[in-house]
Ligand binder design. Structure first.
Ligand code: UD1
Ligand code: UDP
Length: 354
């Protein structure tokens, strides 16, 4: 089969790394990068580190409002699909690139395969939720990472074409962990001692663009005594500066504000942290894979499996809840194999038969 795969944002490169290898064993893959993420630290670093093939097309869409960004992607994707005439279009996750790819393919009558179908936050004010729900409802093949995701799809009346594959982020995590441990210098560069620091990431719109929430998070972090490493998404840096919060954080000797890191550094930071504080879906899962307790800086999670056994807790952006969770969160159960066995990419490959 000829398959056009569409990626555009950081977590999609990580998800595509092993799926792309699998596809290329049996199919012709045309990789399309929408250009949603374009800074080297959010894009090229992943292609280099994870040995992802260079995209055949980079649509160079860049940043904009949701409507304009998604809108700009569609004619550019359409032109590629018309030119290439694929048998199928494959999209990942829940970004604007996912939605643009799925809608454009569907309107051309092309079947869509969705990797990471079915997670739900049950909150349509979250842009990613809208992207996920709409994409799932127009996909022909839905590769669900967990049984919860399958159940969510079934409740929405989607059962045809649904396959429980496990999570491709677990595949990448397992596959690249040894390489990360060997190559990453991040712990020594930042003088971090294993299990003696907190890893923090924040980038969700409702935390960054909302002044009250961002201030509350900054107040919580500034009042903690623990050593903190905080790789800053450019969106977060922009709003920290805009709302006068950057200098407050930077003033703290125990907090390292650093540019976004590559995947190898990221998983080394996650695995060796005492706790992870994040609003990232991917990092919530990676904390769980690592056996590191996670404090989610959000009101809901699309990964409720991580809440079982106390491995994750929802603190929102509330400063006292964040501080209390840092002091008190103590998982009591064991993690289970809810995200599969690390072979999701292979399973996806096996379901993509002509
Ligand atoms: C996007 C996804 C989100 C995903 C995240 C991964 C949507 C709606 N959101 O959020 O689901 O979790 O990617 O990191 O698709 N910027 C740069 N350089 C870049 C890219 C972005 O400086 O290379 C800045 C721009 O100011 C831009 C802002 O970050 O306006 C937000 O970028 P955007 O791609 O719109 O959304 P993310 O917050 O990255
Ligand atoms: N990540 C990374 N560098 C960073 C922060 C995160 O490589 O500076 C990785 C992280 O390990 C995970 C993925 O990016 O694999 C998560 O992406 P992100 O948080 O941007 O998006 P989300 O998962 O919330 O959609």
């Amino acid at each position: 089969m000829k398959i056009v795969s569409i990626v555009g944002a950081r977590p999609q490169f990580i998800k595509a790394a092993l799926v792309s290898r699998e596809l290329r064993k049996a199919h012709q893959e045309i990789l399309v990068h929408t250009g949603q993420h374009y800074d080297a630290g959010l894009s090229q670093v992943f292609f280099d580190e994870l040995d992802i093939p260079e995209p055949a097309y980079n649509l160079g869409v860049g940043s904009d409002t949701h409507g304009k960004q998604t809108g700009k992607m569609m004619p550019a994707i359409e032109a590629v699909l018309v030119k290439e005439g694929p048998d199928m279009v494959l999209v990942y996750g829940d970004t604007n690139s996912t939605l643009a790819g799925a809608v454009t393919a569907t309107k051309l009558g092309l079947p869509v395969a969705h990797v990471e179908a079915g997670p739900r936050m049950f909150d349509k004010s979250v842009p990613e939720e809208v992207n996920r729900v709409l994409t799932d409802h127009i996909s022909s093949l839905l590769f669900a990472p967990t049984q919860t995701a399958v159940d969510n799809l079934n409740r929405e009346g989607i059962s045809r074409g649904v396959y429980l594959t496990g999570d491709v982020m677990l595949d990448s995590f397992l596959y690249f962990s040894e390489m990360a441990a060997r190559k990453s210098r991040i712990l020594s560069d930042l003088r971090l001692r294993k299990k003696q620091y907190l890893l923090v990431t924040v980038h969700r719109a409702r935390n960054t663009d909302n002044r009250d929430n961002l201030e509350s998070i900054v107040t919580a972090l500034s009042s903690l005594e623990e050593r903190i490493v905080f790789p800053l998404h450019p969106r977060t840096r922009k709003y920290l500066e805009l709302y006068g919060q950057y200098d407050r954080l930077a003033a703290s000797a125990s907090i390292s504000l650093i540019p976004p890191v590559g995947y190898l550094d990221s998983i080394v930071l996650a695995r060796n942290a005492s706790k992870v504080l994040t609003d990232s879906g991917g990092l919530q899962k990676e904390a769980y894979f690592s056996g590191v307790p996670c404090i989610t800086i959000d009101e809901a999670t699309s990964w409720p499996e991580t809440l079982a056994g106390g491995w994750n807790t929802l603190a929102g952006a509330r400063k006292q809840d964040i501080i209390t969770a840092v002091r008190c969160l103590e998982p009591s159960g064991k993690q289970t194999a809810v995200f599969g066995d690390g072979n999701a990419s292979q399973k996806i490959g096996s379901y993509l038969t002509p």
